[in-house]
Design a binder for this molecule. Structure first.
Ligand code: Q0Z
Length: 286
């Protein structure tokens, strides 16, 4: 991206300024596992994630305004409204996994939500819960209570993001479940526009910002396979890699299998052939 102001790098995404009011969000084909970006790319992964995010932004416009302005013809970059981002990660969980399972086992609580006794790993929660986290600039996001989150964004603002995040999760999780995908949890980011209105931003409901599980394999009582990254994780577990930088090169078989899983997630969720998206990415926002 010569000639464009680079304003940020994520593990697998890049952010550029188009002008004072607009950003360009670019999803690369990089993949991370166990928090390490691997040296091998997954062809079209960035396009799958960009297409999915744009699909969800379009489908949830009635629940909450969002930052999406346009999907570029390359299918991997989107033009977005530049917002004042809130300093919290808005996580919603419908199932007990990851740090929530760890916290539950230690205290039976997660972010101030007292949960029933006897829940198993990956079990569906009685109700989805809002579990905010801090945005770590390095290292891992840290779960915080709603009181701590309220101190960061204001109590009224927090109540509004909690209501919106839960509504977005409920909509997407039920939509996905019918199509064979469990959205176990997901992370939203919100910003404020020039008029102080809340706007959904960043990426939304992608496999990188969520845990997607194949519904047909769901068996609570232990960890679940990842819809998208399971081949990569299995491959990495079979090597002697110690899960620190640098990660291993992936075999062509693992690359092809993983690409197919991303494409499958796209097609199941959107009902759109991925080939049609490649031909004209605007199909997801129509
Ligand atoms: C998103 C991030 C990425 C690195 C800032 N609409 C917006 N307005 C203002 N800021 C952002 C957005 Cl999306 C914003 N991030 C996360 C994305 C690379 C960091 F692609 N940071």
């Amino acid at each position: 991206m010569p000639d464009m102001a680079h304003v940020g790098s994520g593990k697998v995404r890049e952010l550029y300024a188009l002008d004072d009011e607009r950003l360009l969000l670019v999803a690369t084909d990089r993949i991370s596992t166990f928090d390490v970006v691997l040296p091998t790319e997954i062809p079209d992964k960035g396009r799958v994630l960009t297409g999915l995010s744009a699909f969800w932004f379009t489908r949830t416009r009635g629940l909450c305004p969002n930052h999406l302005l346009a999907v570029r013809p390359d299918g991997r970059s989107t033009e977005c409204r530049r917002l004042q981002m809130l300093p919290i990660e808005c996580v919603v969980r419908g199932y007990l996994s990851g740090s929530a399972w760890k916290d539950y086992r230690a205290t039976r609580e997660i972010c101030g939500h007292r949960l029933p006794e006897g829940l198993r790993e990956s079990e569906r929660l009685p109700e989805p819960i809002f579990t905010p986290a801090t945005k770590a600039t390095s290292g891992h996001d840290e779960n915080i209570t709603r009181a701590q989150a309220g101190a960061l964004v204001g109590a009224a603002r927090l109540a509004e993001v909690e209501r919106l995040a839960l509504a977005l999760y409920r909509f997407a999780a039920s939509y996905a479940l019918v199509r064979g995908i469990i959205v176990a949890d997901t992370k939203f980011e919100f910003g404020l526009d020039g008029d102080g209105r809340l706007v959904l931003a960043d990426e939304a409901l992608t496999p990188d910002s969520s845990r997607f599980w194949p519904a047909d394999a769901y068996t609570p009582g232990g960890p679940q396979p990842s819809f998208d990254k399971q081949f990569v994780r299995d491959f990495c577990e079979q090597t002697s890699w110690n899960k620190t930088y640098p990660g291993p090169e992936l075999s062509p078989t693992v690359v092809a299998g993983t690409r197919a899983r991303y494409v499958e997630a796209f097609e199941r969720l959107t009902g759109i052939a991925f080939e049609a998206y490649l031909a004209d990415p605007r199909v997801v926002v129509a």
